[in-house]
Design a protein around this ligand. Structure first.
Ligand code: FES
Length: 169
């Protein structure tokens, strides 16, 4: 199913109740649904899970809201605040640092016009740094969503980001 970014999302606003209901109707959310899949699908459509969205998921699945919040807070993949469509993680671990990860990070920051833990104005990218991405031999490493990009340098990193921008058009 194609992911979409609405004008509201692009402006960093919460989705309207009508938008949430339309997506939950389309996805056929019911008590028989798998909660993790539901949360992934809905977040895929809105970029994050707003409080009202979680309440509506609770109502439709008949799963207690407290349990849903427990799941959302347990898994790092779920966001309850507006978040970019793509998450860019640059490794700041030692193995990557000695191979130039700082220059990669600075190039990514400059390209996106944001600092760490920020999201671009068009809600396309959120930038994070990570202590180690578990692929030290490939350093410097940058991960976009779940895709690893190894042996990065500033030029390659900017090229990777551009492919994600191109795919969105
Ligand atoms: S230090 Fe960068 S992946 Fe381990």
């Amino acid at each position: 199913m194609a992911e979409t970014i609405t004008d509201q999302q692009a402006a960093g606003q919460a989705p309207s109740e009508a938008d949430v209901n339309a997506v939950l109707d389309e996805l056929g959310i019911s008590p028989s649904c798998n909660l993790i899949s539901v949360l992934q699908d809905v977040q895929g459509r809105f970029g994050y899970l707003s409080p009202w969205t979680l309440e509506e998921i609770s109502r439709r699945t008949k799963i207690r809201l407290s349990r849903i919040y427990g799941v959302v807070s347990f898994y790092a993949q779920f966001y309850t605040e507006p978040h970019g469509r793509h998450t860019v993680r640059v490794c700041r671990g030692t193995a990557c640092y000695v191979r130039g990860s700082k220059r990669v990070l600075n190039a990514v920051k400059a390209q996106l016009g944001i600092e760490e833990e920020d999201t671009t104005e068009d809600m396309m990218f959120t930038l994070q740094t990570v202590a180690c991405l578990g692929a030290c031999a490939l350093g410097p490493v940058m991960v976009v969503d779940s895709t690893y990009h190894g042996k990065m340098d500033p030029r390659k990193a900017i090229g990777v980001l551009q492919t994600y921008r191109d795919e969105s058009h």
